[in-house]
Design a protein around this ligand. Structure first.
Ligand SMILES: NC(=O)c1ccc[n+]([C@@H]2O[C@H](COP(=O)([O-])OP(=O)(O)OC[C@H]3O[C@@H](n4cnc5c(N)ncnc54)[C@H](O)[C@@H]3O)[C@@H](O)[C@H]2O)c1
Length: 397
């Protein structure tokens, strides 16, 4: 269905991609700002169930084609790409609905709530002959590009192992929320993940089937206040992923330390650091982390409203479609992230290593409960703070 116009960019006639944004709250605003300033994209429609959100974003970006019905938007605006920055529990249904129109799609992370949902979406993507991207923008941003370049230049020698940690959210929730970005970046650096071994504790003891809960923010089914996982990648690289609940959420705790035979790198959103020493020596001479220079893509305005990594994610979509190849954060890559997440839950529940990709695509925690005679967990409040209060009450605190 793609209808495209021609624009002259860098002296050549190049296609402008028509973008429709489905969901105009926080993430929709962020995505729309990035598409809006990209010279090869034109936002042709905005859609939200709430007219005030449509109006706010429409006025900021001067987009007058505003809809409260997604079918109307797609039929009237004929987009090439529909971006779906919506709540996680809507991803599956919205992807399946939008794919009916044969447009390329991008969806926020995590891709879906279960692996069988992700499989079904990818089957439809293939059947429709379109491309899918999952909005793991950190993999495309300047700080990850700086890390990738440093590794390619041999600045840490041979990559050996990595340690990634979340922001201090309740472990299972942090895994589904921030863990998706961390795992996606680990996969970017180390390649395919072959297996996972994980421990999950709630209230200081290994998790039990009763600790399997409906997630806050609609992120499916989770368990574990504290999760520690070991990931085994191709090329004999290992990674440790830590999602532990702390009394306060701390964004500075979020990052990945990357160890090589000759040095270390540290990645976090918008920052990249190098330490030319593989072993920590607190002697003042060899323990100085040095910031790596970050370079922005052409067309990005660091003083503007758009986020740098979102812009790079959009640019990658344009390049991928031009070159008829997958996005760096493709649907297949997004599903592999979910295989790792579900593998971690399964390993923690059953107390054994899980080989990937797993054959059983149903949620492992629901299977675990069922095997112990328990139904699916009751729905809980979406709001994180209310959810945590109830969880603390359940644990007798
Ligand atoms: N990539 C990141 O860095 C990052 C950061 C935070 C959150 N997220 C992800 O973003 C998602 C949440 O984004 P948000 O906070 O902007 O979502 P939200 O749920 O707060 O807002 C989504 C908007 O979509 C609209 N909407 C829902 N269904 C619709 C429909 N059928 N038709 C039209 N409009 C519809 C809602 O009215 C709402 O305004 C989650 O999946 C979360 O994991 C990603």
């Amino acid at each position: 269905m793609a209808v495209t116009s021609e624009a002259t960019v860098n002296g050549g006639a190049m296609r402008t991609y028509r973008i429709a944004i489905l969901g105009c709250r926080g993430r929709g605003t962020s995505a729309a700002r990035a598409y809006h300033i990209h010279p090869r994209c034109q936002i042709v429609g905005l859609c939200d169930l709430l007219p005030e959100r449509l109006q706010t974003l429409g006025e900021e970006l001067s987009v007058s084609a505003r809809f409260t019905d997604l079918d109307d938007m797609i039929k009237e605006t004929q987009p090439d790409i529909v971006a779906m920055p919506t709540a996680t529990e809507l991803h599956y249904d919205l992807c399946m609905r939008v794919l009916e129109y044969g447009t390329h799609i991008e969806v926020e992370k995590p891709m879906c709530a279960t692996l069988d949902q992700a499989d079904t979406v990818l089957r439809k993507v293939r059947a429709k002959g379109v491309r899918m991207a999952v909005h793991h923008q950190g993999r495309c941003g300047a700080s990850m590009r700086a890390i990738t370049t440093a590794i390619k230049e041999g600045r840490i020698g041979e990559l050996r192992y990595m340690t990634a940690s979340g922001k201090g959210y309740y472990g299972g929730y942090g895994l589904m929320n921030i863990g998706t970005h961390l795992v996606n970046n680990l996969l970017h650096l180390a390649g395919h993940c072959r297996s996972v071994s994980a421990m999950a504790h709630t209230d200081g003891r290994p998790v039990e089937p009763e600790d399997v809960l409906s997630s806050p923010s609609g992120m499916g089914t989770i368990c574990g206040e504290r999760i520690t996982a070991t990931l085994h990648f191709d090329k004999n690289v290992t990674g440790t992923l830590i999602h532990h609940r702390f009394s306060q959420v701390d964004s500075t705790a979020y990052g990945i330390e990357i160890m090589g035979t000759d040095g270390r790198l540290f990645w976090k959103s918008g920052e990249a650091w190098h330490l030319p020493n593989p072993h920590f020596v607190p002697d003042g001479a060899n323990d100085q982390w040095v910031a790596l220079p970050l370079s922005y893509l052409d067309g990005f305005d660091p003083g503007g409203a758009a986020n740098e990594a979102d812009y790079a994610f959009v640019d990658e979509f344009v390049q991928a479609l031009d070159e008829k190849r997958e996005h760096l954060c493709s649907g297949v890559a997004g599903r592999h992230v979910m295989e790792v997440l579900m593998g971690i839950f399964e390993s923690a529940a059953y107390g054994q290593r899980v080989l990937l990709p797993q054959e059983d695509r149903h949620h492992p925690l629901l299977r675990w409960r069922k095997e112990h005679g328990l139904d699916d967990p009751e729905p809980l409040p979406r709001d994180l703070f209310t959810w945590l209060e109830l969880e603390d009450q359940r644990l007798g605190r």
